[in-house]
Design a protein around this ligand. Sequence first.
Ligand code: AMP
Length: 263
Amino acid sequence: MKVVKTLAEWHVVRESMDDSVGFVPTMGALHAGHAALLERSVRENRYTVLSIYVNPTQFNNADDLDNYPCTLEADLKLAADLGVHAVLLPRYQEIYPDGFRFRVDETDFSHTLCGAHRPGHFTGVLTVVMKLFNIVRPRRAYFGEKDHQQLTLIRDMARAFFLPVDVVSVPTVRDSDGLALSSRNLRLSPDARRLAPTFSRLLASAAADAEIAQALIDQGFTVDYVETINGRRYGAVVMACGDHTVRLIDNVPAPEPGFARAS
Ligand code: AMP
């Protein structure tokens, strides 16, 4: 497995690959959710490229960026064990030679749900993914349903700009108690970790969005939103963890209309 830190090195590695390249962009602190993306890519492509890059332009909260978990050694071991061919660890100066002067801006869906609570977040995401696609030149790119709004926006961007990339979605990987795996779960306090699966459980319940939001508030969550759009229920909550907070997101297929309401 090649571990590549500069774009000059990367271009040489890319030349040694053919068109059958699968790409898994991440921010590191890898867990079984990322592993599911990597496994799928390894199965479907001759080469799999993993990027680990904590993209500052998608963070609207300095504390979240400063404290984003980093487990590089374990990440590299996991990637090697899964059969990844190359790991790209780029630096800000190389990704943003323009200082973020040029951006990919979506004007509709990106302003709803997480976008309404994290101004500029999806512009940062779409911009870095566009840059990484142009650097890596993958045939397929793998994204988790865990971040369903992000997945939808990236798929729409690829269509809108005629990018020669298939955007492949991978189902959300959950812990045995139902909590969606997330790198940020590492920052949950023991109490918050015990309560967190209630968020996933309530979101998947048959109650209406507003009832779920109220039930979450009653349990002590701060609710950013619970909203059903296009047959999917999306939710985001903030959990107090002593001296800091942790924001969790999740989404599930919306219950069928006429599905029995929970009392
Ligand atoms: P991140 O490192 O959080 O930026 O995530 C990198 C990729 O992994 C994104 O496509 C995420 O949607 C995906 N991902 C993160 N958590 C999960 C999960 N629990 N199940 C499936 N995919 C995930």
